[in-house]
Design a binder for this molecule. Structure first.
Ligand code: S3P
Length: 178
């Protein structure tokens, strides 16, 4: 058990396209935990898509909603939480998640990320002329935040199943009461 923390959940942080959703679903299945996604929570609570919130209200409004759902997560247990890629940039979010969750960061190279997201259209930050340059820029800016996780896992050369196994293993190690 980490000092002063009550690790009853798992939070997955990391850039878009690093596998948070697919890994998170599998981890939840294996541990018989519930699965939650912060983007989906925001969409359910507002009745609007992430794209629409960004376009109509702007990124700061989306970030405020993100912080609100993170605060709600503090009352959860036995939950795997997949977080939006920009969520850990707000230090309050990471501090809050760390009180109740083992925070695992999924890392990928910009090339691999591009390969995974290039045919998807639901990510407003990549709706620009040069999405590849944007990935490089954002990833570099966010790296210090992603590195504040308890566990870092590179997902470039591992299958979803292997990454999920690693997450489950780390969680069991941390919560085995040693
Ligand atoms: C964002 C990532 C998205 C979503 C929003 C902003 C980001 O989530 O929260 O489009 O800032 O990187 P995913 O990481 O699940 O794609």
């Amino acid at each position: 058990m980490k000092d002063n923390r009550c690790l009853v959940n798992i939070a997955l942080i990391g850039f878009m396209g690093t596998g948070k959703t697919s890994v998170g679903r599998l981890v939840a299945e294996q541990l018989r935990f519930e699965y939650l996604d912060t983007d989906e929570m925001i969409q359910a609570q507002t009745g609007r898509s992430v794209n629409d919130i960004f376009k109509t209200d702007g990124e700061p409004a989306f970030r405020a909603l993100e912080q609100m759902v993170v605060e709600e997560l503090a009352s959860r247990a036995k939950t795997v939480i997949a977080t939006g890629g920009g969520l850990p940039v707000n230090p309050k979010n990471l501090t809050s998640l760390k009180t109740h969750a083992l925070v695992v960061s999924l890392w990928s190279s910009p090339e691999k990320i591009w390969e995974r997201v290039r045919h998807q259209s639901h990510r407003p930050l990549l709706h620009n002329e040069n999405p590849q340059a944007k990935i490089h820029e954002l990833l570099a800016a966010r790296e210090p935040f992603y590195k504040q996780a308890d566990v870092l896992l590179n997902t470039d050369l591992r299958s979803v199943r292997e990454v999920a196994q690693q997450v489950v293993h780390q969680f069991r190690l941390e919560t085995s009461g040693r």
